[in-house]
Design a protein around this ligand. Structure first.
Ligand code: ZN
Length: 131
């Protein structure tokens, strides 16, 4: 069901401020910068082999990324796990008592479908992503 780590999401105050380090410093290739209105974020996606790093900047002072930075500072926000069928995976997890933040998938970066697992049990925010 869960096939691999899809990407790591990193909360940043400003993509502009760090983009050069990732692109020119680390030499990672950028897939694109995209705004996801539903999540109130702008995302810069870098590919590293099969995996990616997603820099996330809030577009709203009340958005989840802005709140995360206020509470915990900049840094790793979530780890995303790739799944074949997100609805099936969500149903399976709920059946096993793994609570989810989302009742149904929402729109993620690149037209993906995403849902978050509640960090209470996993100790880190996990995102399920179906491309
Ligand atoms: Zn993500």
């Amino acid at each position: 069901m869960i096939s691999k780590i899809d990407h790591i999401g990193v909360a940043v105050k400003s993509i502009q401020e760090v983009i050069n380090v990732y692109r020119d410093g680390l030499g990672l290739s950028i897939e694109g910068i995209e705004e996801v209105e539903e999540q109130k974020v702008r995302a810069a996606v870098f590919s590293i082999g099969e995996n990616r790093i997603e820099l996330l900047e809030s577009t709203d002072p009340e958005g989840p990324i802005a709140k995360h930075i206020m509470k915990r500072g900049e840094g790793i926000h979530h780890i995303a796990l790739r799944v074949e069928n997100i609805e099936e995976t969500m149903a399976m997890l709920m059946e096993k008592g793994v609570s989810l933040i989302d009742n149904q998938p929402r729109m993620g970066v690149g037209g993906s479908k995403i849902a978050f697992v509640h960090p209470k049990l996993t100790k880190i925010l996990l995102e399920l992503v179906e491309h």
